[in-house]
Design a protein around this ligand. Sequence first.
Ligand SMILES: Nc1ncnc2c1ncn2[C@@H]1O[C@H](COP(=O)(O)OP(=O)(O)O)[C@@H](O)[C@H]1O
Ligand SMILES: [Mg+2]
Length: 303
Amino acid sequence: MDIETNPFTGVAYSARYRNILETRKALSAFQQMNRFLAVYNKNQIVIIVGETGCGKTTQIPQIIAYSDLPHLRGKIIGCTQPRRVAAMSVAQRVAEEMDVKLGKQVGYSIRFEDVTDPKTTFLKYMTDGLLLREAMTDPELRKYSTIVLDEAHERTLSTDILMSLLKTLVQRRKDLKIVIMSATLDATKFQKYFSTVDGVQGALPVPILKIRGRTHPVEVFYTAEPEPDYFEAAIRTALSIHRAEGPGDILIFQGRLALSSAYPFTRHSLPNNSNACSSRHLAPPMGRSLGRSLSAPTSPKPV
Ligand SMILES: Nc1ncnc2c1ncn2[C@@H]1O[C@H](COP(=O)(O)OP(=O)(O)O)[C@@H](O)[C@H]1O
Ligand SMILES: [Mg+2]
């Protein structure tokens, strides 16, 4: 990838590409590219486990594209996502990372919106439901050379059904590769499922590749006493982090209703001249209802 010309467009890479490439080099999935390729090239099905943020969704399909060059064979790599917003935003990001146009070489397909070009797209992010629909019209999924099932640990109905369809399909299509990606360590049940053929466990080798390394350092703090009100405690903790720490973002995992009521609560708990934590800076991350602009990562906290 550290070359002059983009193999997918034949055009010289832009300065922006080189900039993003430097950021990508810090991702564990990028650093472990050769480990992944060694396992991927030797096996028809591979399971990848790596913590959130290590680069599975953005890097692995790209690494496959650079290694397989599917566009030379008129094939495509498909990568499923349980959520529409994820399919859209990750396709946009990967198009930028690869220095190509969204909807040309890299695209996405969700229900009622197909941003791909049948002639040029070779990497497609899509909802798992959409791939399931495609499998109904073409059970052989002929146009795909590799199918990546992402976020398998979420166990959505569509991904689960796809796993069973793909398990039988790989017996018929020996040229098709499957990559199952999960953020939790407990991927052995996927391994057991795929490696069992005709009731014989281990009949098909299905390795688990663990992407090592932490994306962000994690420290765990516990409260000394049980908290009677989780919501109140979460807001109190967020406000004290806001006051004590430098610029950054705070992510709270709470119910949707609780988060909505956090707006007035935090407004009244902060002095007027507090360094810019207003309701404007509180974003309830309700993934399904977010538009494209809101689903992009937040910028550094304004001061
Ligand atoms: N739209 C984006 N803009 C900027 N950086 C992004 C974007 N999407 C992802 N990233 C960066 O890429 C990294 C890897 O993300 P991702 O491939 O989604 O990881 P994983 O799938 O393992 O959780 C993230 O840590 C983030 O820093
Ligand atoms: Mg991911």
